[in-house]
Write a protein that binds this ligand. Structure first.
Ligand SMILES: [Ca+2]
Length: 258
């Protein structure tokens, strides 16, 4: 076990898709040593580089508002070269990290601004995780679901640009959506480019029915990797979903002009 609760981090070089379990833990928190490894499984990786991992046996100051929570967080960093990836993450906490009801704890990703839910923890294996396209802090957060549920979110390159599509499972209190874009997956909301000054209005108009949406980003530069967010606007409040990775392939142009 590598104790990483100081200022350092454990680094691993990734030259392509592949998985590595960081054997990290701590020897602080007033309760001795715990082994709490984390696995990064890169299912897609455009540019090789290193990922760094450290873990702290303490409540994350920004993501501790839930009644049921973990008193542990992992900080994952991407080296300057590591870019354009999708990684399946798995974080294994210690039973002593559980506060409240374990099955009610929501694991997720905290980027310093917003909490992205990855799913409830698995009490049988004491793990949580999910697929991400950027790294930041990972811990537990609010377990209440967002007011709208998005399904089948995806991007694809089409002759007209990057196409975004998504479906809502239900639209209670939903006013509409706004689409944001950035070239940095860690871009804070204020740093993202708003592509839809006028919101895409909700079709279900607050009803219990599903609806499908699409947006075409015709301003995407050829071959540039973009990250897209959807902001669901409610009659009160909003939720960000994403980011989704999208790239427009200029090779489609000749087809368009035929
Ligand atoms: Ca400890």
């Amino acid at each position: 076990m590598v104790a990483t609760d100081g200022s350092g981090e454990l680094r691993k070089e990734f030259s392509g898709p592949g998985s590595f379990t960081f054997p990290v833990g701590d020897n602080t928190g007033g309760d001795g040593a715990q082994y709490t490894p984390a696995t990064l499984n890169f299912t897609a990786l455009r540019q090789a580089g290193y990922a760094g991992m450290r873990v702290v046996d303490a409540v994350h100051t920004d993501a501790s508002t839930a009644p049921d929570f973990l008193s542990r967080y992992w900080t994952v960093t991407a080296g300057s070269l590591l870019n354009g990836f999708t990684a399946q993450t798995t974080f294994k906490y210690d039973p002593s990290d559980v506060n409240g009801v374990e099955s009610e704890i929501m694991g997720g990703k905290w980027n310093g601004d917003a909490f992205t839910k990855l799913g409830l923890v698995d009490p049988a294996t004491h793990t949580f995780g999910g697929a991400v396209t950027s790294f930041s802090d990972f811990t537990s957060g609010p377990s209440t679901p967002p007011a709208v549920t998005l399904e089948d979110m995806g991007t694809s390159a089409t002759p007209g640009g990057v196409s975004l599509k998504w479906t809502t499972a239900q639209e209670i209190d939903l006013v509409g959506f706004q689409v944001y874009r950035a070239t940095n997956p860690d871009a804070l909301p204020a740093e993202r480019e708003l592509l839809t000054p006028a919101p895409i209005l909700a079709q279900g108009a607050g009803q219990m029915e599903e609806a499908s949406y699409a947006y075409m980003d015709a301003t995407a530069a050829p071959k540039q990797v973009y990250y897209y967010w959807l902001k669901a606007i409610y009659t009160s409040g909003a939720d960000f979903f994403g980011p989704l990775l999208g790239q427009w392939n200029a090779l489609y142009l000749p087809l368009l002009r035929r």
